[in-house]
Design a protein around this ligand. Structure first.
Ligand SMILES: C[S@@+](CC[C@H](N)C(=O)[O-])C[C@H]1O[C@@H](n2cnc3c(N)ncnc32)[C@H](O)[C@@H]1O
Length: 549
């Protein structure tokens, strides 16, 4: 498989191991029933490389959908390379805004060094059924495609959506009016077909029910009003505007009964009013007699005034499904307008469209999925998650990461307004917790010391995760050293920040549960080796034997 090389690649492909594991400090909860209780939706302020690592213990393999909209590297987006990679060339890049094409010859190297370790962590966080969507434009899309082939595997490429968003009034050669949304799966074989209910069809259906309520059995008035309404709302009804006929069963579109090639089915259909044989299309019918008879019985065939008019099958509105097409048109100004409506001023440059992200999520998530955006900006992804939940009664959760000061004043503030309602939009309800990146769990030049300042609960949760790869759930009323049992192994963490602890015959009294094996952490072990072996006990020294993520 072809691969891409660039300055610094060999230093960044394993950089995620060197990133310090920092704890997340809970700052506040919004709208949670108990302000002290942490909500499952999360907004994290901090650099996403560290924040993604901090999420691993709870979320590795759990995220169903990732949407990211990283800096496009246009030369105008003023991003800086800031990762602490130990390499002389890379150190020179720190703190400098990445320049324009032709002025900064390493601009693509910098961007690739930035994105690579983040993609590695994002890949770890995705569940087996998970997918990632990445918004980019011509500047980096072709480079990242090769990186994604390396990290996700070529066979997990799902597709590339062309998002037509702008008009280019000043083209020098080609007028570029689109950007991209690349999509990869963690494991494409685990993806079901992406079919969703058509929102536009549901919209027509709700209008039909409204007219039905008003006009009762008067199908002519229902149809006339529905057609008028469809004409007036054409632009938001996408590909279903032709569903504008009404009969006693509901709304339908009169489709074609004729076969497209010569050699279709030929049989006799009797016209219900004239009793004569209906006209057969030139190339025959497109389905066999049995299907036709079933359609007639179910009143799903439309007969003309007489047998000379071709019959038509009625395609029912309720059977319309939607597919994620590779070309999406979106008025690029609508997302900015939405934010202006919420904040009464221009607060964020180039936010993404909430409805586009909602559309991606509607195909790629289920009602209980967790969705992550690690370049959150104004928080459009959380907005889309909350709206989608409201739309289909789902309980999806979001995690947003944003490093700038506005994580609180714009990102979190937008989510609060969406939850509570703004302008003429009713609130979606919901809650979230706000976090900041805290201290590293290990300190010292080689991460050799445990940082007690992070608190024992965070240390225990980390140790539990490194041992079991599952999230730590403290057990109520258990004695302190006991972490839990996982796959027949009981875990103990005998630790005291004020003195050294030992695994000896006294502390063995702490072991009160029965298990096939015991893994016991302490500062020292005073028990003989054959005793440990005989009782299936594995001693691990704090902090030496705690795995580094
Ligand atoms: C293009 S904007 C995303 C806009 C967002 N999709 C929206 O609709 O508002 C990229 C965001 O990523 C943030 N960002 C860039 N590098 C980051 C990093 N290393 N860690 C966390 N956030 C980062 C930027 O501050 C910026 O807000």
């Amino acid at each position: 498989m072809p691969t891409l090389t660039w300055i610094g690649k060999e230093k960044v492909i394993n950089h995620h191991h060197d990133v310090p594991y920092k704890v997340l400090n809970h700052r506040y909860s919004f709208n949670s029933h108990h302000p002290e209780q942490e909500a499952t939706n999360k907004i994290i302020r901090g650099d996403n490389l560290e924040a993604l690592k901090a999420l691993l213990p709870e979320y590795e393999g759990k995220i169903k959908c990732i949407y990211i909209d990283p800096p496009y590297n246009t030369g105008k987006d003023e991003w800086m390379y800031n990762d602490k990679v130990d390499h002389p060339k890379i150190r020179k890049w720190l703190g400098q805004v990445v320049g324009k094409q032709d002025e900064d010859l390493t601009r693509h190297d910098k961007w690739l060094c930035m994105i690579y370790p983040r993609l590695v962590l994002l890949h770890k966080l995705l569940s087996e059924k998970g997918v990632i969507f990445i918004s980019l434009d011509d500047n980096e899309v072709f480079h990242i495609k090769l990186l994604l082939n390396e990290i996700f595997g070529l066979s997990n490429y799902i597709g590339n959506i062309i998002l037509e968003t702008a008009t280019d009034n000043n083209p020098r050669q080609i007028s570029t009016e689109h950007e991209y949304i690349l999509c990869y799966a963690k494991n494409k074989n685990k993806q079901n077909a992406w079919v969703s209910k058509s929102l536009a069809a549901e919209y027509i259906q709700s209008k039909y029910l409204e007219y039905k309520e008003k006009y009762g059995q008067d199908l002519v008035s229902i149809q006339a009003n529905l057609r008028k309404w469809i004409r007036a709302n054409k632009s938001s009804l996408e590909q279903v505007t032709h569903y504008d006929n009404v009969d006693h069963k509901g709304v339908y579109h009169d489709a074609d009964v004729a076969n497209t090639k010569f050699g279709g089915y030929v049989y006799d259909i009797v016209h219900p009013s004239t009793g004569k044989i209906c006209k057969v299309p030139e190339k025959g019918f497109r389905f066999p007699l049995e299907t036709m008879q079933r359609l007639i019985e179910n009143d799903d065939i439309l007969f003309g005034e007489n047998e000379q008019i071709l019959i038509k099958p009625k395609k029912r509105l309720e059977n319309v499904t939607d597919r994620l097409r590779s070309v999406i048109y979106e008025d690029g100004r609508s997302a900015t307008k939405e934010l202006e409506q919420m904040f009464y001023r221009d607060v964020f440059r180039n936010p993404k469209s909430e409805s586009v992200i909602r559309r991606l999520l509607s195909f790629s998530t289920s009602p209980d999925s967790i969705i992550l955006d690690s370049f959150a900006g104004s928080g459009t992804t959380a907005h889309a998650v909350l709206n989608l939940n409201k739309q289909d009664g789902g309980n999806r959760k979001f995690i947003l990461i944003e490093m700038e000061d506005y994580a609180e004043t714009i990102t979190a503030e937008r989510v609060k307004r969406v939850i509570n309602g703004y302008a003429d939009k009713p609130g979606t309800g919901g809650s979230f917790s706000y976090y900041e990146l805290g201290e590293p769990l290990f300190t010292g030049p080689n991460n050799e010391y445990l940082n007690e300042a992070v608190g024992i609960d965070k240390i225990k949760s980390y140790v539990w995760f490194t041992e079991t790869r599952t999230a730590y759930r403290p057990i109520a009323d258990q004695q302190e050293a006991f972490l839990g049992i996982h796959e027949q192994t009981a875990f103990y963490f005998i630790y005291n920040p004020n003195r050294l602890t030992a695994l000896d015959f006294d502390t063995l009294g702490l072991v009160t549960v029965r298990a096939g094996q015991y893994i016991i952490y302490a500062d020292n072990c005073l028990l003989p080796k054959d005793f440990l072996l005989h009782h299936h006990i594995v001693f691990k020294k704090i902090p030496r034997d705690i795995s580094r993520l």
